[in-house]
Ligand binder design. Sequence first.
Ligand code: GLN
Length: 493
Amino acid sequence: MTLEFTLASARAALRRRTISARELTQAHLDAVAALEPHIHAFITVTPDMALAQADAADAALARGKAGPLAGLPVAIKDVFCTKGVKTTAASRILEPFVPPYESTVTANMLRDGAVFLGKLNLDEFAMGSATTNSAFGATINPWQRADSNTPLVPGGSSGGSAAAVASGMALAATGTDTGGSIRQPASYCGIVGIKPTYGRCSRYGVVAFASSLDQPGPFARTVEDAAILLGSMAGHDPKDSTSANRAVPDFAAATQRGVKGLKIGVPREYRVDGMPPEIEALWRQGLDWLRAEGAEIVDVSLPHTKYGLATYYIVAPAEASSNLARYDGVRYGLRVPANDLKDLYEETRAAGFGAEVRRRILIGTYVLSAGYYDAFYLKAQKVRALILKDFTDAFGQVDALLTPTTPSAAFAIGENEDDPVKMYLNDIFTVPASIAGIPGMSVPAGLDAQGLPLGLQVLGRHFDEETIFAVGAALERAAGFTARPRIRMGEGA
Ligand code: GLN
């Protein structure tokens, strides 16, 4: 029954009192109990807290004083600090960490009355594209190929968020996107995900990966729901010096705008070799849908796109190596006792970090080292400026860009694991927007021949999420994507 609701329809039902927040929450907790053994989207489930929040929402609804998210059961990527609830970033090094404070994004959602079902699985420290790098085991995509029950990845790093929403365990969820971690899992799981403009949502209380790229955003089953949740998550926060002091627009209203008269750009550099013809075809279809709704389609060029991945995989590890220096076994998190301070650091970090995190720390330390700083880090920063300029130039001609979200549908667990570079290629279409700090959304637009969902990506100008919501909603209406996963009832991967 949980899949029949959206945030919007559940909110209407709660206001009409045709369902109570407690009933709605219990239904989602029942869905978690039934599906979680097969999907493993959660690291921590918080049923008692959820039911207490639901009761508080019911009381507020009865008084007619309910906030915009009152009584709506959602779940939180386990990188957002939640007061009194373990926050692991899917890492052994943070396994024992119970934050004494609340992240701004989750505090905003609690202010608006949300019900938190628990904390969702991810790649360790949000580093990955498959949620196979979690210290607590992989999340399995609720979708499977038509002709096999091979477990597929949900994408990453916010794989738990995407899987929970796609399977109906939560109405919506938070994620974070550093190079694609909201858009790519949304695409693989057939739901909507938006990475807002860098600075739109506060990073305060979000476990840091790469601070100049990290950005929280929502996952939901409809564009309108994503707009509702983003409206609650976003807003200026003096506790994050990069948070933008801008009013939060009515994103949900923007979904009704239509695309008549908008200019939509098609970046020619996003036609990459080896892209499946189905994805090419869906991209063309998306453009046709927008044209039919009155948009004008314009070819544009983003000439530095080809350096996007290389730039990202220098800048992100560099920042990560610096951010992750704080996990030293002294202040909080895991501590492996040792004879002296150096051994304490070494043994704690060796035991606490997984292979991909260690790889990124090594790459990051290397590109920042005295001998290589100019050749790699400084060069990457210069290319970053060129990539941003590409987008600025393109947005001089068009209002939004349309591209595929990913170069493939969800792949099998274990695939791409032996070759980190192959894994990094998943991010080819999502990374440039992260580097430029512009907003991007993935909208489910169709199924491939195997019955797996494929997403289209809409990119927009800095702080113009409203146009993205307008375009995303038009694509959603045209695609009429109503497919739901046939959930694989197996024991783990
Ligand atoms: N897949 C990319 C990476 O591994 C992006 C991750 C993210 O956006 N957090 O870094």
